[in-house]
Design a protein. Structure first.
Length: 250
């Protein structure tokens, strides 16, 4: 494996060549703020909060760490005055776009954003348009949601904003949403998301509801998985732990 040397905030880090800066920083316990990056999905370069200053040879520039691969030895600064100023403006715009979102408000406070009134307020909106939900939906082979409209009316929605026939109710979009604005309601074995109701199936081990019929059918068609062999993550982890205990504990 070919490696490169990346010095982040004066800390020397050795990383695999081609690895994104935000992941190198995380591996070395160096925090970089972000919204549109998820460990299971490639960065989308949309929120731009993860900007850093990169020095490569004699050249220094601002890049988004979620999409910048370390191909050579680099020097990276994550919190210079220039970066802090840019990040503060970006955060102000996000708060103005989602003024009622509690999570975004907390982030803004942490980065010293106090006055954002001059940008105008988009009341009633919680979505930061990071695009992670759309990407996650594509990854599970559904593509039930997409970015629609343009400009100030742009948003994430199902086709024609009606219940999508392609949605399987897996909840992947909600799980990766950094703004926590995609709501899932569950009651009496029914899950509701994107204005569509789904019947839930029970775990074959503990009996708890955990997967929709549509999601099971998709898995069954792709991998030929019998329903009785499907178990929830908790039971799956418990089974794995017991197997490891038998191996390592005598």
């Amino acid at each position: 494996m070919e490696t490169v040397k990346v010095i982040i905030n004066n800390k020397e880090c050795v990383a695999e060549k081609g690895k994104f800066l935000i992941d190198i920083a995380k591996d070395n316990r160096i925090g970089i703020p972000h919204l549109c990056h998820h460990e299971s999905l490639r960065g989308l370069n949309s929120c731009r909060l993860c900007i850093v200053e990169v020095t490569e040879g004699s050249r220094t520039r601002v890049v988004t760490s979620c999409t910048f691969p370390a191909m050579t030895d680099l020097i990276v600064q994550t919190n210079t005055d220039h970066i802090k100023k840019m990040r503060k403006v970006l955060m102000s715009l996000l708060v103005a776009e989602t003024p009622d979102n509690v999570k975004i408000q907390k982030m803004a406070k942490a980065y010293g954003v106090a006055d954002y009134s001059r940008y105008g307020m988009n009341k009633g909106n919680d979505c930061v348009m990071c695009g992670l939900c759309v990407k996650a939906c594509e990854e599970v082979n559904c593509s039930a949601i997409a970015t629609v409209n343009r400009g100030v009316t742009k948003k994430i929605a199902t086709p024609y904003e009606t219940a999508s026939k392609d949605c399987v109710g897996c909840g992947s979009c909600s799980y990766v949403c950094p703004a926590e604005c995609i709501k899932i309601e569950e009651s009496g074995g029914i899950r509701k998301i994107w204005d569509k109701e789904f019947k839930l199936l029970k775990c074959g081990s503990c009996g708890k509801y955990y997967i929709t019929e549509e999601q099971y059918n998709q898995l069954s068609n792709e991998h030929k998985v019998p329903q009785e062999s499907l178990v929830c993550d908790c039971c799956k982890n418990d089974k794995y732990a017991k197997q490891m205990a038998k191996i390592f504990i005598k």
